[in-house]
Write a protein that binds this ligand. Structure first.
Ligand code: SAH
Ligand code: SF4
Length: 359
């Protein structure tokens, strides 16, 4: 039997499951305390829990499904992990250091089917969705790494911006968020969590309705349909005007700000004209939007795209500012390791393949 990860259960789900097996609700709190506060790595370390309950948990769940395959550390403290899943697939997780805390970028799918033309993750089509447990375990593995370093550091922020489209794995992603913000677990502040989507419009509405108070980011990358369709084929299904309707709904429903992500691609979408067009698009939502300008991480297989030069980046930024738009140029992390989303994974897969051909 392929056992599920214990980390995939919300406290309500675990309480219900234990209840069905005759255990009182406080048992679930106890188990969670061991998982998220004591941070044990084996059921047998849950010493206050009765042997029959430990046996039941061991029979039905695993406590470790991810194995560390590669770990790269950059000079700025960024750590990139490649984890091997039970079925042998590789996923990527990144720990970043900021002035305000430690953030972790998590993966939600093995590969991605959206296939944006600039992205390394889209090079390998989706094999499968990650379970909620596999997403939670990425955070726990990073936290265990920090615990082992022994300086008492804690993951304080999460960005759902690794490999995959989180809104294409909606239910598991929502359970993951519930587990992360639960006061009985890691209790990560919901305002410290950001989920990024390429713009699956129907799910944007659903996300607004679910109303878990985490931040939403939308990968727009172009201010009009012609340009956006060229770089993101998903724009054919969900064009800019549909995205704007969904943004309006999200703002109205949640009263929260939404982040608009915009990768600057040299001579493609980085002209002042596009900045003017972008500013016009958000003119009536200045207070509720925030534009994050992202320096492009070049990907070998997408050599048609280069990073914008500094002059164009600043001109773009200034144009937005002059038009009263909230914006920032995103700080980069781990530039001396394979920093682009999905890049380490695709390189490692090639390397592993070559090795197996040789041996
Ligand atoms: N699938 C989701 C979340 C994962 S990608 C999405 O597309 O939003 C997270 C962010 O990284 C997106 O804004 C994406 O456009 C950006 N990204 C992808 N490849 C990149 C690259 N090579 N350089 C810089 N940003 C990249
Ligand atoms: Fe998928 Fe996001 Fe990469 Fe597009 S940018 S291919 S949606 S991971």
């Amino acid at each position: 039997m392929n056992k599920n990860s214990i980390y995939g259960l919300t406290i309500e789900q675990l309480t219900e499951w234990l209840g069905q097996h005759g255990y009182k609700p406080y048992r679930a709190s106890q188990v969670w305390n061991y998982l998220y506060r004591e941070r044990v790595t084996a059921f047998t370390e849950m010493t206050d829990i009765k042997a029959d309950c430990i046996e039941l948990l061991t029979e039905n769940f695993t406590i470790q499904t991810l194995r560390e395959h590669v770990k790269q550390e950059a000079s700025d403290g960024t750590v990139k992990f490649l984890f091997k899943l039970n079925d042998g697939n590789l996923i990527e997780t990144v720990l970043m250091r900021h002035k305000y805390g430690l953030s972790v970028c998590v993966t939600t799918q093995v590969g991605c089917n959206i296939g944006c033309s600039f992205c390394a993750s889209g090079l390998l089509t989706k094999t499968r969705d990650l379970s909620s447990g596999e997403i939670v375990e990425q955070i726990m593995n990073v936290q265990h790494h920090l615990d082992a370093v022994g300086e008492g550091e804690k993951v304080s922020h999460i960005v759902v911006m690794g490999i995959g489209e989180p809104f294409d794995n909606f239910e598991n992603m929502i359970d993951f968020l519930k587990i992360m913000i639960d006061q009985k677990g890691l209790a990560i502040g919901s305002r410290h969590i950001t989920v990024s989507t390429s713009g699956i419009v129907n799910k944007m509405y659903e996300f607004a309705d679910v109303n878990i108070p985490v931040n939403l980011a939308l990968s727009l990358h172009a201010p009009n349909n012609e340009l956006r369709t060229k770089i993101m084929k998903i724009n054919r299904a969900f064009p800019v005007e549909k995205l704007m309707d969904a943004i309006n709904y999200y703002i109205e429903k949640t009263n929260r700000r939404i982040t608009i992500e915009y990768i600057l691609l040299k001579d493609v979408n980085d002209h002042v004209e596009e900045a003017v067009e972008l500013a016009a698009l958000f003119q009536d939502k200045k207070k509720k939007t925030y534009i994050s300008l992202i320096p492009y991480n070049p990907v070998d297989e997408h050599s048609q795209y280069q990073r914008s030069d500094q002059e164009s980046v600043l001109a773009f930024y200034d144009t937005l500012k002059k038009n009263g738009i909230n914006c920032k140029i995103r700080q980069e992390h781990g530039t001396d390791i394979d920093a682009a989303c999905g890049q380490l994974r695709s390189k490692q897969i090639k390397k592993d393949k070559n090795q197996s051909i040789k041996s």
